[in-house]
Design a protein around this ligand. Structure first.
Ligand code: ZN
Length: 316
């Protein structure tokens, strides 16, 4: 069995290659990034330039505000070259982009829904531009409609985004969620239904987050529980559709339907689920990324600590 490739989420402050440097310094083998600040809308163009679109637009019910510059500025050839060179040189593989949290593909509100499709298209194009083959997105929240209608909206949105990026190579990964509020994707069945509605199945797959699965009520601790949960995954989306895994412990209890990540082994999940997953040959080829808090404990980088804990669980 191959050893699983482990890594973390890194900041692109100072350039895309800086995320790769940081990943290397933290002993990562893979890296996840945002290309847009996670709580801003991705924009296609560099709004700091004197483009007509940089003018503030007044919309009904909204305050006039100039678009923010800098956050998701245009990706230059030099950005791409430095990013790709750093991946090569430092042997960091499986770069993955996480899409903006503002995107809601399930929204019953037409304006927000359309804005979300536009944003997803921008995210897909930016990933493609960087030579990245995977973009992970949360399916969204149905708010005032229903799960069924929400899932239909997601499917329509995915197909529209795919149509607008046809010929590109980026695979859009739908992430399972903890099921907070009206968010969809907390059942593997939701993800399976979304995938089966897409017209170009090769452009879509799934990312599984351990914290979200646990807080959504999928047990992973005992051998029997782990087998049952992975069998459910197999029966719904299919294991082959799982292209990335987010490794997070949960700060909130099993089935709490809350999304609060915790350092590995320091939360409610304990180490057993991670030990099972890391030694499961079915997922040995799926890149795995931490999304735990940054910072240090006793002067040591948290990513380094979490990766050491994870690697200590792998049976050689
Ligand atoms: Zn995640």
């Amino acid at each position: 069995m191959n050893l699983p490739r482990l890594g973390s989420h890194m900041s692109i402050a100072g350039g895309y290659h800086k995320a790769v440097d940081a990943a290397n310094q933290a002993s990562c083998e893979v890296v996840q990034i945002f290309t847009t600040p996670p709580r801003q809308w991705p924009v296609e163009r560099d709004v700091s330039a004197t483009l007509p679109s940089a003018k503030p637009v007044k919309r009904r019910g909204q305050a006039t505000r100039a678009p923010r510059a800098g956050g998701s500025s245009v990706i230059t050839d030099e950005d791409v070259a430095r990013f790709q060179a750093a991946l090569d040189e430092l042997q960091i593989s499986d770069p993955l982009v996480h899409a903006s949290y503002l995107i809601n593909l399930a929204s019953p509100d037409d304006a927000l829904w359309k804005k979300s499709i536009d944003a997803l298209v921008v995210e897909l194009r930016r990933a493609e531009r960087l030579g990245i083959r995977m973009l992970v997105v949360h399916p969204g929240a149905f708010t005032t409609s229903s799960e069924e209608l929400g899932i239909q909206r997601v499917v329509q949105a995915l197909n529209e985004a795919e149509r607008q990026t046809r010929g590109d190579h980026v695979v859009c990964l739908l992430e399972n969620t903890s099921g907070q509020g009206s968010t969809l994707g907390y059942r593997f069945e939701h993800l399976a239904e979304m995938l089966s509605g897409t017209q170009q199945p090769n452009r879509f797959a799934v990312c599984i987050d351990t914290c979200h699965a646990f807080s959504a009520g999928y047990p992973l601790e005992s051998a029997a529980e782990y087998r049952r949960t992975t069998a459910q995954l197999e029966k719904t989306v299919g294991r082959a559709a799982v292209r990335a895994i987010h490794l997070n412990d949960s700060a909130t209890p099993f089935g709490s339907r809350k999304d609060r990540h915790e350092h590995i082994g320091r939360g409610e999940m304990g180490l057993a689920p991670f030990r099972r997953l890391l030694n499961d040959a079915d997922f040995a080829n799926v890149p795995m990324y931490l999304e735990t808090e940054k910072g240090e404990e006793n002067g040591e980088n948290w990513d380094v600590i979490n990766l050491r804990v994870l690697r200590s669980l792998i049976k050689g």
